[in-house]
Design a protein around this ligand. Structure first.
Ligand code: GDP
Length: 435
């Protein structure tokens, strides 16, 4: 468990390591202005950039760098604390010298991963769901990931949670008043009607977000398209052409088994991982069979299967579960056309763009249905709240009130897990140092 020593003054580079025009080093905490004074002379007025010579020991002429220095007052900074930023030249040696100088200032220490954001949360600058969105935003490779992350970061998801809570709090107040002041043993149905209305409305909306979560998770983690076909039908050749055509994040991920090769790319703003089912063939070898079963399970779990056939190979002789959005491709069409949704040639490139368009169109429909929550932690909270509301709807009044309270508190925990230090540790461990 991380001890929250918020009185320390912390520092870290805010920009990625390596050669660059500028590297930004951030300092956050009560010693921020003193740190500027120690390295750069009198602290400039808040939010004004000042060009300074950075030196270290008084009386020593050593210049660390010429840098832009800026100071933010507590309450008006990213972390909510007093902060200093040093915009130094972005070379490795300059940055190393700067960090060394900071480490020698008494009371300063290097920040832990995500510690600036954690302090920002501590100071009420953002909630946990927004912090998770920020980590996603930094990791976002594609346009759809960026948009989804932004919806978390800018508080849209958190606002939805607050609205649901408010709705339920009003419902609970009505229910408790009815229980307390009701003259008869049974509370009349017309008094309870507004309570049930609220419970079922929030429950319905929660379920909608949960249903859409499959797609939100796919946007965040990537859609999967399986290339399915017998050996030598042209799967690897197609994968090569696709990864050359579609630029951006092409990254071969070593397959989990030798039977599945995974290659990720950016298809029109969506993160898509192609699975090459290399080993799909009928076999009597027991070990190979296990591998093939795994490959078939991956093909089944994929969002789209691209079934490939060609004139020079036999058709696929292992059964693969098909889905609504699957695509049938006739491969090696440079040697003659055949049946299928698309005739394609990895050799000439014919049909490749058409395949990309079709995949992108089918996945975009799914992505457009995505909701706001994509993190398992958030979904867990929503699922629990949804279950409580289902139980509330079926319960007697007092028990119903208890379930509503659990749902209200559970929802609060999604954006503000007050006591859950372990939860925070886990979320912030995903952050880089300097964020
Ligand atoms: P895989 O086993 O399904 O991955 O198939 P490969 O991509 O390794 O291709 C098998 C053979 O078919 C290789 O000799 C390729 O050169 C050839 N091939 C693949 N695609 C095409 C194509 O579009 N046209 C032609 N003429 N040959 C192809």
């Amino acid at each position: 468990m991380l001890v929250l020593d918020n009185d320390d003054t912390i520092f870290a580079p805010a920009t990625a390591a390596g050669r660059a025009g500028v590297a930004v080093v951030r300092v956050s905490g009560p010693g921020a202005s003193g740190c500027i004074e120690a390295l750069a002379g009198p602290c400039p007025p808040p939010r004004y950039m000042s060009l300074r010579r950075l030196g270290f020991t008084p009386g020593d002429d050593e210049t660390i760098d010429q840098a832009l220095v800026v100071f933010f007052e507590a309450g008006s900074s990213y972390s909510g604390e007093a902060m200093a930023e040093f915009h130094v030249h972005g070379g490795r040696a300059t940055l190393a010298r700067m960090l060394d100088a900071l480490a020698h200032i008494p009371g300063l220490r290097m920040a832990r991963p995500g510690e600036f954001t954690r302090r920002a949360m501590w100071n009420g600058k953002l909630d946990l769901a927004q912090a998770e969105g920020l980590a996603d935003l930094i990791d976002a490779d594609t346009e759809s990931q960026r948009k989804q992350a932004l919806a978390l970061t800018d508080g849209r998801f958190s606002r939805r949670i607050s609205e649901w809570r408010e709705e339920l709090i009003v419902g609970l107040a009505l229910l408790e008043a009815a229980i307390e002041f009701g003259e008869e043993d049974d509370v009349p149905e017309e008094v309870l009607e507004p309570v049930w209305r609220r419970v079922s409305k929030v429950g319905r909306e929660l379920d909608q977000v949960l249903d859409a979560a499959v797609f939100s998770k796919r946007v965040r983690e990537g859609f999967e398209v399986a290339l399915v076909g017998p050996p030598n039908v042209g799967k690897s050749s197609l994968l090569n052409v696709l990864s050359e055509t579609e630029s951006a994040i092409v990254s071969p991920i070593p397959g989990t088994t030798r039977d599945v090769l995974r290659v990720s790319m950016d298809i029109k703003g969506l993160h898509v991982t192609f699975l090459d089912m290399a080993g799909l063939r009928a076999t009597s070898d027991e070990v190979e069979k296990i591998g093939i079963e795994r490959a078939l399970a991956s093909a089944k779990a994929a969002d789209i299967r691209v079934f490939m056939s060609s004139a020079d190979v036999d058709s696929l002789n292992v059964p693969v579960v098909a889905g609504r959005d699957d695509i049938h491709v006739w491969s090696k069409c440079d040697r003659g056309s055949g049946p299928g949704d698309i005739n394609l040639s990895a050799l000439s490139g014919a049909g490749v763009a058409q395949l990309v368009d079709l995949i992108s169109a089918r996945l975009s429909v799914r992505a457009s249905g995505c909701g706001l929550a994509a993190h398992e932690r958030q979904l867990e909270g929503l699922r629990r709240a949804s279950d409580e509301l289902k139980a509330a709807g079926a319960a007697q009044e007092e028990v119903c009130a208890a379930h509503m309270k659990y749902a209200i508190n559970g929802l609060a925990g999604v954006i503000d897990p007050v006591d859950a230090v372990e939860v925070l540790d886990e979320v912030f461990a995903r952050f880089c140092i300097g964020k």
